[in-house]
Write a protein that binds this ligand. Structure first.
Ligand SMILES: Cc1cc2nc3c(=O)[nH]c(=O)nc-3n(C[C@H](O)[C@H](O)[C@H](O)COP(=O)(O)OP(=O)(O)OC[C@H]3O[C@@H](n4cnc5c(N)ncnc54)[C@H](O)[C@@H]3O)c2cc1C
Length: 370
């Protein structure tokens, strides 16, 4: 008999399992996939750590989280500085002085601010849709070249048909600073995220290719308590309905050349290019293998926004009133299950960045594990 059965070997499950073991508890981890690490799984192909479920960049301002996670991986100095490609014109992101210089030839912050101010004046009334909202915040040029096409691809709808509230703020920097996240701590675990999760799970029994819900009675009988990090609605057999997700589709390609785009992330901001961005994985680790040698090949992933339907991989929880209300109903059912802790991105139906998952599971461990 185990003290804990942990369902899911992603970040939440792996940290819970590690902490439980450290507190002298016996733990069994199961995952329905054939690999550990959940959505932060990286697979080494041709010496490149490929982020199989989407690019993951660790960033946090939380010192406790940083001190914790760096016990299981050494992080490199990667800083996310994405580039926008609008019909072959390249712009720095997030919007900053490099962007404004390229867009208008302005040189000083005053000139840039004046240009934005002049273009914002186009909207004289309360913005009625996302297009008007964006123009009222940053002006037409930035909207047309850097926001419109990308947003329309993401939502599958025209910006004129999207509500204004989707964009509340559009930060502009009047400095030469391409550091997207601007977090105190940022980087990629050297050797990949899978290795970091393997370090967390060191010495813990893990059964892969094991779907908890398909073997529930048998697995429940093995442990006193369950930590469940799968989708909360699936746990209850979708009895109240299905929670929705936003989805992404990835198309990976191995190229026999050392560089495709010279940067980890390039966003395609025009409407015509069908993908939203291209990730070139080797640049998360500066194009080097683990011995510091230049890698001769490269792997790229084109990302497409796609409609999610039940059965697809759940990616981003949908943060709207309808799904929020349905989750609240499932939460009531979850609270009535004394033996089960629901945690993580799917168990709590919450958009969590990795650092937020770590903070949440450590809090949970504080109350759960004595
Ligand atoms: C496309 C994308 C990009 C992201 N980029 C970033 C980023 O750049 N920076 C950042 O900080 N965060 C990012 N995130 C968020 C990050 O992925 C999550 O915070 C983190 O992976 C959540 O960990 P988790 O353990 O809660 O869930 P998951 O990693 O989803 O793990 C859940 C595990 O449970 C398993 N499971 C589910 N159901 C069952 C079942 N019935 N039986 C057995 N096993 C089951 C699954 O197979 C999975 O392994 C991104 C998310 C997405 C979707």
């Amino acid at each position: 008999m185990y003290d804990y059965l942990v369902v899911g070997s992603g970040l939440y499950g792996a940290i819970f399992a590690h902490e439980a073991k450290a507190h002298g508890k016996s733990v069994l981890v199961v995952d329905k996939r054939s690999n550990i690490a959940g959505n932060i799984y990286t697979e080494n192909i041709e010496g490149i750590n490929v982020h199989k479920y989407g690019a993951h960049i660790f960033h946090t301002n939380n010192k406790k989280v940083w001190n914790y996670i760096t016990k299981f991986a050494e992080f490199n100095r990667f800083t996310n500085s994405p580039v926008a490609n609008y019909k072959g014109e390249l712009y720095s992101l997030p919007f900053n002085m490099y962007t404004f210089n390229k867009m208008w030839g302005v040189v000083t912050p005053e000139e840039a601010a004046a240009k934005i101010e002049e273009q914002r004046k186009e909207i004289t009334h309360e913005p009625q849709n996302l297009e008007e909202q964006a123009i009222s915040l940053v002006g037409r040029d930035i909207y047309e070249k850097l926001i419109k096409g990308y947003t329309e691809k993401q939502w599958g709808r025209d910006c004129k048909d999207l509500p204004a509230f989707i964009i509340k703020r559009l930060p502009v920097r009047l400095t030469f600073d391409n550091n997207y996240f601007n977090a105190l701590y940022q980087g990629i675990p050297i050797g990949g995220y899978t290795k970091m999760i393997a370090n967390l799970l060191d010495g813990i029994e893990v059964r892969l290719n094991t779907d908890y819900l398909e073997n529930k009675a048998e697995l429940d009988a093995l442990a006193d308590k369950i930590v469940y990090t799968g989708p909360i609605d699936a746990y209850f057999g979708y009895e109240l309905g299905t929670l929705e997700y936003r989805s992404v589709r990835f198309e990976n390609e191995l190229l026999d050349k050392p560089s495709f785009q010279g940067n980890a992330a390039v966003n395609y901001t025009d409407r015509e290019t069908p993908w939203t961005r291209i990730i070139e994985h080797k640049w998360f680790e500066f194009g080097k293998d683990e011995n510091g040698n230049d890698l001769p090949k490269t792997i790229i992933s084109r990302e497409y926004s796609s409609e999610w339907k039940p059965g697809d991989e759940p990616y981003y929880p949908v943060n709207d009133a309808k799904n929020g209300a349905l989750y609240a109903e499932y939460k009531k059912l979850a609270d009535a299950e004394p033996k089960v802790i629901f945690g993580g991105r799917l168990g709590e139906y919450k958009y969590y960045d990795m650092d937020q998952v770590i903070a949440a599971v450590l809090d949970r461990c504080d109350t759960e594990l004595q």
